[in-house]
Design a protein around this ligand. Structure first.
Ligand code: AMP
Length: 549
């Protein structure tokens, strides 16, 4: 028997419809250089229609890629709506990519139109002359002269859309058609293009709104510090359009704790969203000034694990962090750290430090790193996270990479985790970084965290290097706090670790360096470390060996 329900396409045009018809009283606020820009959701949709008309006049066709190099602001949001809803594909460029990667992703995506914030012209200028596919370059600007550049002719966004009508005949779209593209940050090899469909964006937005996930609703005011150019901005631009939550966009001031605090306070933020570094900045400013944000009930944090010290510090400031895990390929919400109803109060902190339980719509399993067999949820066994669901990637643009899918269709994330019996994900490492010593696994991330808790240490990265007896052994690269440079020893680090990790986890060598290599998005680049590393000197190394050693 067939269900008797309408064949209603899940496209972003529905989100546009809500924004236009229901949220004229709801504000979108954007930080500008010397003032705040404000307008309503309905105003946003009117300008999105003008933009769609302009793009059509410029020759944009269904499926054409329209790239953005922009901060979190209202014009970027207009692009988020106009481009997919007219049938083109929004490609958000990560402005932190190295120039070669930036040129590569623009070419790989074959971007035809490129919209750039005036303040980011210098970033784009680094790839001037290397943009063969780009036909029109449009500058998003509040006015004034442009920085010097060699990018050729540019159009002005306001002039372009100012000439157009506020009515646009949005075409009927297939829910499976591409809506947006986002490239991975490429810790291994070239960045890869993840292609979101209308359907996946729609369902992901529905998931993001839920009380047990990111808690968005019409009566919330959200300050998204997570960039609109990274990991689909956690789906917030569309979840906001679904709910009508008030938005506060920080533009290029994301890393400025003072401005984030001012914006959150003045505009009455109730939810903040961003990576740990942002909250470290904010906490510093709040501690110094004594100012607090009593209206904020949730600080969503993802992108990397929340250090315990940060969560405790934020708790003292009255800011409750909500841990989320995901990746560009998972749209990105995979799991969210809501505390389960039966967790006793004295175990709440532990629960919140984990990476959360699978969001409704995502199935997660863990697979043995050697055999691929599914592992139990006992909180001990760890393996690669595999997931499936309607907003999980099934491949990459121009690159099928079947290696990322299991035979039965689950996506292999490359993250290593255990699952607790209560269904919490506990991230342990990346598959490429976990170290195998004497047949047993050592988590490089856990070792790094333990080393970084040492008061004289600023940063630490641990890699596995080959060893004749144990196959691999951990070696730590440590950057001392500036005031302790040359005043901390390998023995001091090893002694410090002695009661924190198993004896056979102790690094064979601790090597002090001035700076750790980082990827374009600021994660430790262990590939570079591994390539440059001197082999372990087995004569002098203090090998504690494998489990039995
Ligand atoms: P990206 O695709 O650039 O957003 O990077 C995604 C990767 O960041 C994931 O595969 C994880 O390795 C890491 N990551 C994201 N969220 C978390 C988290 N809450 N805890 C630990 N690692 C995380």
């Amino acid at each position: 028997m067939k269900g008797l329900m309408q064949d209603y396409p899940l496209t972003l045009q529905h989100v546009l419809w809500r924004a236009q018809r229901l949220f004229d009283k709801k504000e979108i606020v954007s930080k500008r250089e010397d003032h705040l820009h404000r307008y309503s959701y309905t105003d946003m949709t009117r300008r999105a229609a003008r933009l769609a008309n302009a793009l059509q006049r410029l020759g944009a066709k269904p499926g054409d890629r329209v790239a953005t190099l922009a901060w979190n602001n209202y014009r970027h949001l207009e692009l988020y709506y106009a481009v997919p809803c007219m049938g083109a594909v929004l490609h958000t460029l990560n402005l932190r990519l190295f120039p070669d990667q930036l040129a590569y992703v623009i070419e790989d995506a074959e971007d035809k139109f490129l919209f750039v914030d005036k303040s980011l012209i210098p970033v784009l200028n680094q790839v001037a002359g290397r943009l063969p596919s780009v036909r029109k370059l449009v500058v998003l600007s509040d006015g004034g002269p442009l920085p010097e550049h060699q990018l050729g002719e540019t159009l002005d966004y306001e002039e372009l859309i100012g000439r157009e009508s506020e009515d646009f005949a949005w075409p009927t779209l297939d829910e499976w058609s591409a809506a947006a593209m986002c490239y991975t940050s490429g810790t291994t090899g070239n960045p890869k293009g993840v292609v979101y469909s209308h359907r996946s964006q729609w369902l992901h937005a529905m998931a993001v709104m839920q009380v047990d996930t990111l808690r968005l609703g019409e009566n919330e005011t959200i300050l998204p510090v997570v960039p609109m150019f990274h990991a689909n901005s956690w789906g917030l631009p569309y979840a906001c359009g679904m709910t009508g939550a008030k938005i506060i966009f920080p533009d290029r001031f994301m890393g400025d704790g003072q401005i984030i605090l001012d914006l959150a306070e003045q505009e009455g933020a109730t939810i903040l969203g961003g990576v740990p570094t942002i909250w470290i900045n904010l906490a510093g400013v709040m501690e110094k000034s004594g100012r607090r944000l009593p209206k904020v009930h949730t600080v969503i944090c993802g992108g990397s694990a929340i250090p315990r010290s940060l969560m405790e510090r934020m708790d003292r400031l009255g800011l409750r962090m909500l841990h989320a895990w995901g990746m560009t390929e998972t749209s990105p919400i995979g799991s969210v750290g809501t505390v389960r109803s039966w967790v006793p109060a004295d175990q709440e902190l532990e629960a919140r430090l984990r990476q959360g339980v699978p969001a409704a719509g995502v199935e997660i399993r863990i697979a043995d790193l050697a055999t691929g067999e599914e592992l139990p949820w006992d909180g001990v066994a760890f393996g690669e996270i595999q997931c499936r669901g309607p907003w999980i990637a099934s491949g990459y643009h121009n690159n099928a990479d079947p290696g990322r899918l299991t035979e039965d269709g689950w996506f292999k994330t490359g993250d290593v985790a255990s699952m607790t019996p209560d269904g919490y994900v506990v991230i342990v490492d990346r598959t490429k970084d976990v170290i195998k010593s004497g047949g047993e696994w050592i988590s490089s991330v856990e070792l790094e965290n333990a080393i970084m808790a040492h008061p004289k240490v600023l940063e630490a990265a641990v890699i596995g290097l080959s060893h004749s007896k144990w196959s691999e052994r951990p070696v730590a690269y440590v950057v001392a706090q500036p005031e302790f440079k040359d005043q901390v020893t390998a023995d001091e680090i090893r002694d410090f670790l002695a009661d924190k990790v198993a004896r056979w986890w102790l690094p064979d060598e601790v090597r002090f360096i001035d700076e750790l290599p980082k990827t374009s998005v600021g994660k430790f680049d262990k590939k570079v470390l591994r390539n440059q590393a001197q082999p372990i000197d087995e004569e002098v190394a203090q090998t504690a060996g494998a489990p039995a050693g």
